[in-house]
Design a protein around this ligand. Structure first.
Ligand SMILES: C[S@@+](CC[C@H](N)C(=O)[O-])C[C@H]1O[C@@H](n2cnc3c(N)ncnc32)[C@H](O)[C@@H]1O
Length: 458
């Protein structure tokens, strides 16, 4: 690991005093990895029997497990390709459950890439309601969109916008908003030493300025009674307690809510703020010397005053006529019954959108619901996203692979298979029962439809 910046060391010594030695000692300890299972695809009981890695439960999050980083590579296991879990820094898993999301709500994850918290929220929504996952940087937005796809989330809309532009589109629209803010990343120094090179006290202040702007847009999008969760993976009070005191001073309709803290999770530090307001203890700090994780800050706020009741137009669903016939033929041949009710077309591309999907005109949208596939000349070609949202039981023709053999690797490399006794046409490829993608059988040859951009290249 690179040397920690002297100024950072001095600052943390000043802040933490006697605790500083314990804090700095963690930089020499072995880190643990974190993995969170996808409740849309696997039950914890099944997982605990089937997990290919020895795991220990993370005490402060449902569905989260530690694994030994130096012994296992869950990112290279077929279950990862099938979206059975997400690899996520353990303390980062603490944040999304604070939103207390219910299926059917309207939820915004404003700074969402690469999608750790979005996929966790998606799991909690059980495919019901609207989940807008936004990322400002186009390349990161693409990664976010791929992770949403891998997780098989059907009610997410992935956008690539600035917070201000979204705020114009969605005034007072959301029940729950997460701002997992871009920050100076002091909690990432062990995991990502590049964060050390970026660090300076000026950078901390620049991040704070940016955070306040993002929050202003977020608050504008929250409706009365709505919840805002703010989080960072940095320790600096300027980006944490001081951001929250700014909200409390400038937005009289925002009230701080106490976060329940389990073992090892500490309160925010009023003494590190300007106002010294005791209520900052309602916020939470996760420290690497108190829990097994890199560290995080989280605050939960509620909007208490009435907001204008603006009606946001819904996306108009077309009548299911001619252009969709090819899709319905595919549905009849390949699926055991209809699965997706809200079909819309964007040119030749068909999507299933969530119920009450808002009108998205004017926004850069990477994904709206499920990308079902494309209408080609005289046929419908299913998209990879469709395979990942389906359950094996919903499909007529299934080609089963197991994680024990290397066939799954041949599949994600894009190789062709030979088959016997299987019907011609589209078939769902599974690994130990988890959908992995599509293949198309003709005369005992299974052509591989695993997307070129996702193929295993090594
Ligand atoms: C801490 S990361 C989010 C991590 C993500 N929530 C997760 O759990 O995987 C912050 C994100 O904010 C994005 N970001 C940077 N500047 C931004 C801005 N001005 N407005 C909104 N998001 C921004 C970054 O590109 C980055 O992807």
């Amino acid at each position: 690991m690179s040397k920690l910046p002297e100024e950072f060391v001095r600052k943390m010594n000043d802040l933490l005093k006697d605790e500083a030695t314990e804090f700095f000692a963690t930089y020499n300890e072995t880190r643990l990895g974190g993995l969170r299972i996808n409740p849309l695809k696997v039950e914890p009981k099944r997982w605990e029997k089937q997990s290919p890695f020895p795991l220990n439960k993370i005490p402060f999050v449902e569905h989260g497990y530690y694994y030994a980083l130096d012994e296992y590579e869950p990112g290279k296991h077929p279950y990862h390709f099938a979206g059975v879990y997400y690899i996520q820094e353990p303390s980062a898993m603490f944040v999304a459950p604070l939103l207390d999301v219910k299926p059917g709500e309207r939820v915004l994850d404003l700074c969402a890439a690469p999608g750790g918290k979005t996929t966790q929220i998606g799991g909690m929504m059980e495919q019901r309601g609207i989940l807008v996952a936004n990322e400002i940087h186009p390349k990161r937005a693409k990664i976010l969109s791929e992770n949403v796809e891998r997780f098989g989330i059907t009610n997410a809309i992935v956008t690539n916008e600035t917070p201000d532009k979204l705020a114009k589109h969605f005034p007072y629209y959301f029940d729950k908003i997460l701002v997992d803010a871009p920050c100076s990343g002091e909690g990432m120094f062990r995991k990502d030493p590049e964060a050390i090179d970026y660090w300076s006290e000026q950078h901390v202040i620049a991040c704070q300025r940016n955070q306040l702007k993002i929050i202003d847009a977020a608050i504008h999008m929250l409706k009365e009674g709505g919840t805002l969760v703010y989080s960072t993976c940095t320790f600096s009070p300027e980006e944490n307690e001081q951001v929250i005191e700014h909200i409390l001073a400038n937005y009289p309709d925002m009230e701080l809510i106490t976060i329940d803290k389990g073992e090892g999770i500490e309160s925010g530090r009023p003494e590190w703020s300007v106002s010294k307001g005791e209520q900052l203890k309602k916020t939470a700090r996760l420290w690497p010397h108190k829990i097994k994780g890199e560290g995080h800050f989280a605050a939960k706020l509620k909007k208490t005053k009435p907001t204008p009741n603006l009606v946001i137009k819904e996306l108009k669903l077309p009548r299911k006529t001619a252009p969709f016939q090819l899709y319905f033929e595919f549905e009849r041949d390949v699926l055991k019954g209809p699965v997706f009710p809200n079909i819309v077309s964007f040119g030749n591309v068909l999507h299933h959108v969530p119920d009450h999907c808002p009108d998205l005109t004017g926004l850069k949208v990477l994904r709206a619901g499920v990308h079902l596939g494309e209408l080609k000349k005289n046929r419908f070609e299913p998209n990879h996203a469709l395979a990942l949202t389906l359950k094996k039981e919903e499909v007529k023709n299934v080609f089963e692979l197991t994680s024990e053999k290397t066939d799954w690797l041949r599949y994600v490399k894009g190789e062709t298979f030979t088959t016997t006794n299987q019907k011609n046409g589209w078939t769902l490829i599974t690994v130990d029962g988890f959908p992995l993608g599509w293949g198309k059988i003709a005369q005992s040859v299974l052509k591989n439809a695993y997307p070129k951009g996702l193929r295993w290249m090594k």
